[in-house]
Structures are given as structure tokens and as C-alpha cells.
Design a protein around this ligand. Structure first.
Ligand SMILES: Cc1cc2nc3c(=O)[nH]c(=O)nc-3n(C[C@H](O)[C@H](O)[C@H](O)COP(=O)(O)OP(=O)(O)OC[C@H]3O[C@@H](n4cnc5c(N)ncnc54)[C@H](O)[C@@H]3O)c2cc1C
Length: 475
């Protein structure tokens, strides 16, 4: 259908200030951070669930595709309007509707950013613990639908562990509004549709409200930063920490070269004396000295250098202990740009991957990645969450060079095989989107479970018989 007619029709349905067909705006909502470009025909800014329902019903009746967007920071191409369609941006639905400490939940609209939610909860001594590195912009709706995780994943898992109930709009004739799950911590409501929607990347239903579990803020968190000339020593330190009845709050890793680029990208002059380990442990205030002493000793025993410790999260923030780790994405893009700075006519594409292996197999994974670097000739940036075995290797390549593009594809195929061979998975928190569909197929095939892909496709058809919600993604 013609763009202007869509904008006119939706204006009549929900109000003209809630929809736009402005070309400059459409171009912003048609892109993703990886450099993919799609085609938004209109951008809708709903302010309540009924607006979403009316637009979905309209799209259903007119066979128009719909793409939900939070802040569109997906690294798997999940929020891209791949085929022409309506983008529904949830940025105006960002209220905290209820905080119930006694019931351990918060009720929110999907467009609230995770950091804003935590500002509100923090004032009550609580937090929502899932913290993607993009949390200053990432929305709750986007995080639910991509199944996001973050630095605190080693202790608190990912979104699938924190969603109790969801108000959703179904892609049917009426844009039916339904509620899946419960407000209560325990809930046995037939098949677990909440967990099905978490990580479904906006392909099954649109989330318009969410009951999320919350947890008290720790009394304090001690933080330690150290560098290890040998990877083996770093991993042994990780094993040692995890073997001592300590469940780290965060346990993060950056490979040496990546840490160097990341430090440079934020203008930090620090001696990067090896691979970087960043550990945080939540403790009672009375135990701070004991734990700081313990972790300093442990890191030294395993050959850690340049050790810095902070006695609280705030002190660690003030002294910038998290800054290098948080600059991983910037470092990844910067490195790719640096490599191609003298190549005329280059269009750089970043592959930021998201494998996980059991933490006991991390050394094999990192060694395997080094071999892939040699085999395919791409400089590989590497960091990740060692506490839960999630690594983010990344490469940049020139999309305009067919030979290089083929080589990048082969690098990715080998990476998938590496993850599978180490009992791991190809996507831990970023989702499948458009970039990992074939990898998902190969992972299921390798486990003798291709039948499950057919079941997933059938589930998509049951929810979305006309295939209007985020088509071409996940399955
Ligand atoms: C610098 C950077 C760092 C990152 N670090 C991490 C990290 O540490 N951990 C991690 O897990 N991810 C990370 N990501 C990926 C991404 O930021 C997260 O997955 C984030 O949670 C996505 O939020 P968003 O609001 O941008 O969602 P979007 O990208 O807008 O959407 C993500 C998916 O959810 C769907 N969606 C959005 N809102 C709704 C809704 N209301 N109803 C139905 N579907 C919806 C979209 O269609 C899409 O499929 C990072 C990305 C960047 C750019």
C-alpha cells in the first residue's frame, strides 16, 4: 500500500501526532547499528496499548508488515524493517506503572530504558539486574524480545529469568490484547507462553506491559581489575574464584589487543600488561576488607598484574574501572575503521558474535578463535562475560569486496562449528534476527534436533498466520 495512505489511515485511527511519514525520520528508523538498511513506510508512536491494538488490527486487515522497535540497538538485525512496513516505536510508552517491593515486582511499559528503570528502583534500594552494555538506551521491551543479558549475567542470568507476566497484542483481526503469565513469583499456567515470547524478537506478539521481578541492591560490591600475560592464568583465576563458594556479581574478560584498542578509544593511558579480567563480588559492608584482601591475593597468585581494587561500585565507577570493558563495542568499530582507513571505496560491515560455551571450555574457545584468525586473516576483537561463558568475538570486513565477504562467511561458519564442538551455542543474548538464522539451523542439526525448527515455524504460524510481525527473522 502507498505510504501516504498508510499515514492518513493511521492518523484517523489513533491521532495524527502519533504517526509520521517524514522521509528523514523514516530513514533513521530504517537502520540498525550493524549498518543494515531496511524500509520503514511509516513510524507509529503509540501512547497506550489500545493504540498498538488498532494499528496491528489495521495492518492485519491490509496485509502490511509491522516491526516493533525499542531503541533499535539489536546486534542481530532483529529490529530492522527488512521488507517495507510500519515501524512501531515504543519510545512514548515508558511509564513505571507500579512498584511492589512486597510482591517483588515492577510493572512497566515496554519503552522505558533499563537505566531509567534502575534509577527509579535504586531510590527504593532495589534493582532490575539484567544490564546489557547498551542499558543507557536499551528498552525493556527490546531486552525482553531479544532475550538480553549483560555483565551481571554470571549471577542473575538473562531476561528469561526475570519476566513474570506480559500484556501482549496479538497479530489478528482485532489486535487482541491478552495477558500471559502472572504477577506472582510462582505461576503454572499451562504451557509457558511468557518464556516463549521472551527472546521471540517481535515475531509472535507485541509487548505493551511487563511485570518484571526485582531484587534488593547488594549492600556493596567490591571490584577488581587485573591483567594476565597468559590466558591460562586468567582462566585459572576465574576457576579459582568460582570454586570458593563465591558467585561473582560480574566476571568480565577482554583479550589484550582488544583492551588496548578499547583503552585508547576512550583516551585512557593505562599499562595493559596482558588479558584483562574485571571481577565484582557483592558482599556485606563488614566483609569488604576481608574480600578485597582475598581477591588481591588470589589474582596475584595467578600472575595478575596492574591489580586495582575498589571497595564499592561507586568507587569503581569514579575510578573508571568499568570504562575499558564498556568500550568493547566502540573498540570493535574503531578497529575495523582503522584497518580500512587506506582502502578506497570500502563499506565496512561488522560481525559482532555472541557464542557461549561452558566456562570450563573457555580456554579452548579462545585458542580456537586465535586459530580462526590465522586461518581467515581477519583481526579478531574479543571480549565477553567469562562468568557465564559468553564471548563476543568480532571482525570487520569490506562488503564491497566479494572475496572478503566470502571469507567472512567462512569465518562465521567455522565460529559456529567451534561453539557447537565445545558444547556451546551460537547466540547467548543478542538473538537470531537475520544474521544467525543459518547458524540456528546448524546448531539444531548438530544436536539431531532439526524437527524443532519445524515446530518453531509452526508456532510462528499459530501466533501470526499472515506473517505480518517482523517477517524473515528468527525462523
Ligand atoms: C553498544 C552495544 C552494546 C550491547 N551490549 C549488549 C549486552 O551486553 N547484552 C545484550 O544482551 N545485548 C547487547 N546489545 C544488543 C541490544 O542492545 C540489546 O539486545 C537490547 O536489549 C535491545 O534493546 P532495544 O530497545 O534497542 O531493542 P530493539 O533493538 O529495538 O529490539 C530488539 C528486538 O525486540 C523487538 N521489540 C522491541 N520492542 C518490542 C515490543 N514492545 N514488543 C515486541 N517486540 C519488541 C524488536 O522487533 C527486535 O526484534 C548491545 C548493543 C549495542 C549497540
Amino acid at each position: 500500500m502507498e505510504k501516504d495512505k498508510i499515514v492518513r489511515d493511521i492518523s484517523k485511527l489513533i491521532g495524527k501526532d502519533k504517526v509520521s511519514g517524514d522521509e528523514a525520520l523514516l530513514s533513521i528508523y530504517s537502520k540498525d547499528p550493524l549498518g543494515n538498511v531496511g524500509k520503514a513506510l511509516a513510524v507509529v508512536f503509540p501512547e497506550e496499548s489500545k493504540d498498538v491494538s488498532r494499528v496491528v488490527s489495521y495492518a492485519y486487515k491490509n496485509d502490511i508488515k509491522i516491526y516493533a522497535q525499542g531503541s533499535s540497538t539489536s546486534l542481530a538485525g532483529s529490529s530492522l524493517p527488512k521488507e517495507p512496513g510500519i515501524v512501531i516505536s515504543f519510545e512514548r510508552m515508558k511509564k513505571v506503572l507500579e512498584v511492589s517491593l512486597v510482591n517483588s515486582y515492577v510493572l512497566v511499559e515496554p519503552g522505558i530504558r533499563i537505566d531509567d528503570l534502575n534509577l527509579e528502583l535504586g531510590s527504593k534500594g532495589y534493582m532490575f539486574p539484567v544490564d546489557p552494555a547498551s542499558s543507557s538506551v536499551a528498552t525493556v521491551g527490546g531486552a525482553i524480545n531479544s532475550g538480553a543479558g549483560g555483565m551481571r549475567g554470571a549471577k542473575y542470568g538473562t531476561m528469561r529469568d526475570w519476566v513474570l507476566g506480559l500484556e501482549i497484542v496479538l497479530p489478528d483481526e482485532n489486535g487482541t490484547i491478552a495477558f500471559a503469565g502472572c504477577k506472582t513469583l510462582k505461576c503454572r499456567q499451562g504451557y509457558d507462553l511468557v518464556r516463549l515470547i521472551v527472546g521471540s524478537e517481535g515475531t509472535l506478539a507485541l509487548v505493551t506491559k511487563a511485570y518484571l521481578k526485582i531484587t534488593p541492591l547488594p549492600e556493596t560490591v567490591i571490584v577488581a581489575l587485573a591483567f594476565f600475560p597468559r590466558l591460562e592464568n586468567l582462566m585459572e583465576a576465574v576457576v579459582d574464584i568460582k570454586s570458593q563458594r563465591v558467585q561473582p556479581y560480574i566476571l568480565e574478560f577482554l583479550e589484550k589487543r582488544t583492551a588496548e584498542v578499547a583503552a585508547k578509544s576512550i583516551g585512557r593511558s593505562i599499562n595493559i600488561d596482558g588479558h584483562m579480567l574485571l571481577a565484582g563480588i557483592d558482599v556485606n559492608r563488614e566483609a569488604v576488607d576481608r574480600y578485597v584482601e582475598w581477591i588481591e591475593k588470589l589474582l596475584k597468585e595467578h600472575g595478575g598484574k596492574g591489580i586495582q581494587t575498589a571497595r564499592s561500585w561507586q568507587e569503581a565507577e569514579e575510578r573508571g574501572l568499568f570504562d575499558i570493558r564498556r568500550s568493547l563495542f566502540v573498540a570493535q568499530s574503531k578497529m575495523a575503521r582503522e584497518i580500512y582507513k587506506n582502502v578506497n571505496n570500502a563499506k565496512i560491515m561488522l560481525l559482532i558474535e555472541d557464542i557461549a560455551v561452558p566456562p570450563s571450555r573457555l580456554i579452548e574457545a579462545v585458542k580456537g578463535l586465535k586459530e580462526l584468525e590465522k586461518k581467515h586473516g581477519f583481526v579478531t576483537m574479543l571480549g565477553g562475560h567469562v562468568g557465564d561463558g559468553n564471548l563476543h568475538p568480532s571482525i570487520g570486513f569490506n562488503m564491497l569486496d566479494p572475496e572478503e565477504t566470502k571469507r567472512a562467511e567462512r569465518w562465521f561458519e567455522d565460529l559456529v562449528d567451534l561453539a557447537i564442538s565445545l558444547d556451546g551455542t551460537v547466540s547467548s543474548e543478542h538473538g537470531i534476527g537475520i544474521t544467525k538464522k543459518e547458524a540456528l539451523r546448524r546448531e539444531l542439526e548438530a544436536r539431531g534436533s532439526l524437527k524443532l525448527l519445524e515446530i518453531m515455524k509452526d508456532i510462528k504460524k499459530v501466533f501470526d498466520p499472515k506473517n505480518i510481525l517482523n517477517p524473515g527473522k528468527v525462523v
